[in-house]
Ligand binder design. Sequence first.
Ligand code: NAP
Length: 294
Amino acid sequence: MSARIIDGKAIAEALRANVAAEVQRLSQTHGLVPGLAVVLAGSNPASETYVGSKARATAAAGMRSFDHRLPESVSQAELLALVGRLNADPAVHGILVQLPLPKQIDSQRVIAALDPAKDVDGFHPVNAGALATGLPGLVPCTPLGCIRLAKAVHPSLAGLEAVVVGRSNIVGKPLAQLLLAEDATVTLAHSKTRDLPSVCRRADLLFAAVGRAEMVKADWIKPGATVIDVGINRAAGEGGRTRLLGDVDFSAVKDVAGAITPVPGGVGPMTIACLLLNTLKAACRIGGLPPPQI
Ligand code: NAP
């Protein structure tokens, strides 16, 4: 039997509509318009595409969008000075510095310079620590989106065996923390994990965040499991076009899994929707208002 396809695009559209409605309510009742500043240094084509979609989505949600483009040759001091100005700007509630940064820039120093209250990517050590200790803070957007997709299938994740493949600071680790907070039993696998296929076969919920096209095969999947594919891998398609592949061998895995996200149209749209949600949350917190219940 073929798995249910989890429609990340539709779930993300619904979330964006809820965020837009809340933004309208905030601006009418409190005169507060959330603002998101996006900083792009250099001209990485994938980053330019992401930044363009983020700016369009921000405006469509009724928020202010501030676009800062810097040359590839920007210095660490110039970038830190811009972050300082955005930290101090009351119209800016969220700051996103698009990664990767040019090689002369120390990304960790830039992230550490962000005001944690405006760190809508959730990468600042203060926010990472808040997540690990169960304190309120801003949580990275991709893992937030993954949890929402898993909950579209399982309203409660309590007691489920969750396996996350990949332990990056931006996806795997925060995702594992969120799953723990949802009372799942969590295994965090990585490149040194022994017998990865059998570790994956334990999973009721399997998350692949590796960056290796179609690595997760059908015989790694427990029948009926929910599979969330975070991977975005570019491969040559027909007519010289690029096509996107996930970390999961979708066409074979869909015949074993109970539910699965496609690539594209799964986790990707949720990441942007969760960025808008984080910007709204940051604006409420900075404005002394209760967090949105979305
Ligand atoms: P990353 O920083 O490169 O981390 C990759 C992780 O995968 C590492 O923990 C690595 O293990 C592990 N890994 C590599 N090869 C492995 C193998 N053969 N077996 C088991 N584990 C292996 O990548 P990332 O930034 O987390 O991104 C992962 C993927 O998600 C990429 O395709 C990226 O494009 C995609 N992504 C998508 C979104 C979205 O919005 N959809 C957002 C972010 C990222 P070690 O730690 O041992 O090296």
